[in-house]
Design a protein around this ligand. Sequence first.
Ligand SMILES: [Zn+2]
Length: 237
Amino acid sequence: MNKLEALLRYHEAELALDRLESRVKTSPERQKLNKLYGFLSEQQTQINGIRAQLELRNANVTKLASHFEELQKQYELELSEIAIMENDEQCTAAEMAESRRALEALLEQITAERRDLYDTLSWIENATNDYKETYARAGKAKKEYDELRAQCDDLLKAAQPEIDAAKAVVDSAKKDVDEELLKKYTFVKSHHAVPIAKVENNQCSGCNMSLPTAVVKRVSSGLELVECENCGRILYT
Ligand SMILES: [Zn+2]
């Protein structure tokens, strides 16, 4: 077995292993699992977003409610002051009017804040419902995900002996490959999924570039390592 034959044998073994592994990685179950994972992440982001908003609004409610209470106290105070002024003969009409205007402004503020408080509370109610629905949906998806995950693990377990056997073939074939050649192969593989290309019709089957006759001859001789000048793949016939 010459150097190139050993490399080809190793290459074939690698391809067989790749095929086995990609069969597991691209199974319908695995694809569905990946999709569900994306959905779950999305739901989690949504849940976190709603939760953060709820916390903010809840804090706001506490603030609004305590301010609202203050305004009401102030209103009652103004009311009782007006009652006193009404019985005070020294109080002028202008002072009275001023106090009434202040009371009206206060009342307007109270109405606006009550509306704010009401709006925030109803927002919280809606968001809480949203939160519950999203949470339930995510919980259902998580259950489905766990079941699917178990199925995928089973599939992998079932395929494992075959994968291990293919790995053993790769390892044993690798031992026969010349060290320099292996380095070269590994380097080309980092650029091309299939680093070896057959010469067909005087062309590199990797990139379809026409090869000079001299190059084809060198490849045919099998005596040396020849790379495609265009794509760098290792050529064989
Ligand atoms: Zn090429």
